[in-house]
Ligand binder design. Structure first.
Ligand code: HEM
Ligand code: HEM
Length: 311
């Protein structure tokens, strides 16, 4: 039951991230000039930018409730899993800080640092929720012991790169450097542009790290597909492989269509999807805290097992 609730909360969070990105892309961020109310009421007229901004807030409120319900169900389950219980508390704290940050973006009229931190915290929460979703699944508890499987390291490497690239992307977005290189696939007509302006450095840095991340993901995916027969890691790296290539294409498309809201919002959503899949891969390869890995069979290894699908 807890697993299903965390999975539903994860889907809800992905939709919230998409909504947040649409808020910015449609220039609706200050459509509600106050916080926590919108024009002094919780039920403003849902037209224009208010629709996106207030919907984002209502969706965020429902997320807090959903996460609390999943947390209560987890805490009532026996046997208790203390490390997971602590993780849910960290999740609630993150959500509260995130909601205050969301309010501060409005009150201080979108300072770059706060807007970028809002994205960073959203991704941190998504990572935490992904871990909870994976390790509460029956498949995770029944999978062969993953000790030394290497999936943890591969997952963490990709997740770390996706997180760093996403912070860089948020900086590109919030400092308005999205079209500092207005052409694609080259930048200012060159493979490596003149790097004398910080906006070009930022934009080009995001492109370059994106390509490095894609190359790393392709290499990691080939390694996992060659080495592991379990369906869950194979499905996850398959998703990462297709996702990262689509993300590079979407990044270039975003520039080509001059940051059209549909392109950049899908770019944010796909970044979130990549983070979630890579964290799920790491969680699959994680042996678990002593109390949490009770169901895992000892001394078997993922290389030869068929693994068990997430339930
Ligand atoms: C009631 C609480 C919240 C308020 C008032 C709020 C407000 C906002 C505002 C005004 C923006 C546009 C920022 C900009 O244009 O710079 C935004 C974007 C966003 N929000 Fe929220 N938010 C809240 C809660 C959340 C939560 C709980 C999450 C996720 C866990 C979230 C995820 C996002 C994301 C991913 C973006 C896009 C950031 C970007 O484009 O870099 N928000 N939010
Ligand atoms: C491959 C991995 C990539 C990831 C994970 C990624 C992720 C992101 C994220 C999370 C943002 C911020 C969105 C937000 O704040 O809501 C962003 C912005 C952006 N990215 Fe990427 N990106 C990648 C590759 C690329 C590439 C190769 C390009 C090529 C041009 C690109 C172009 C952009 C642009 C132009 C923006 C700013 C959008 C705006 O101003 O609204 N990205 N990226």
């Amino acid at each position: 039951m807890a697993h299903r609730l965390f999975a539903a909360t994860l889907a809800w969070t992905l939709a919230l991230l998409l909504l947040g990105s649409i808020v910015h892309a449609t220039e609706s961020s200050l459509a509600c000039p106050d916080w926590p109310t919108c024009f002094g009421t919780m039920t403003p007229e849902m037209t224009g930018g208010v629709f996106w901004e207030h919907l984002h807030r209502l969706w965020a409120g429902a997320l807090v409730l959903l996460f609390i319900v999943a947390t209560v169900v987890l805490w009532r389950q026996a046997p208790p899993r203390p490390s997971l219980q602590r993780t849910t508390l960290a999740g609630i704290a993150l959500l509260l800080i995130q909601s205050v940050l969301g309010g501060l973006t409005v009150i201080y009229r979108l300072p770059d640092a706060i807007s970028t931190s809002h994205l960073a915290l959203a991704f941190l929460f998504l990572g935490l929720l992904t871990v909870l979703t994976v390790v509460t699944s029956r498949g995770w508890q029944e999978r062969p012991n993953p000790a030394g499987s290497g999936l943890l390291r591969v997952g963490l490497l990709i997740a770390g790169l996706v997180f760093a690239q996403s912070i860089l992307g948020a900086l590109v977005r919030h400092t308005d450097a999205g079209v500092a290189c207005p052409d694609v696939p080259l930048c200012l007509g060159r493979v490596i542009p003149p790097l004398d302006h910080w906006m070009v450095q930022l934009h080009f840095g995001h492109r370059a790290l994106g390509l490095a991340l894609a190359a790393t993901t392709v290499a990691a995916a080939v390694h996992v597909l060659r080495t592991y027969s379990g369906p869950v890691p194979r499905r996850l790296v398959g998703g990462l492989l297709i996702g990262v290539l689509a993300q590079v294409a979407l990044g270039f498309l975003s520039v080509a269509v001059q940051l059209h809201p549909a392109a950049v919002s899908t770019h944010t959503l796909l970044a979130a999807g990549l983070l979630s899949m890579s964290v799920a891969l790491a969680a699959w390869g994680w042996a678990g805290a002593p109390m949490d890995g009770a169901g895992a069979a000892p001394n078997r290894d993922l290389h030869t097992s068929a693994g068990t699908a997430l339930s």
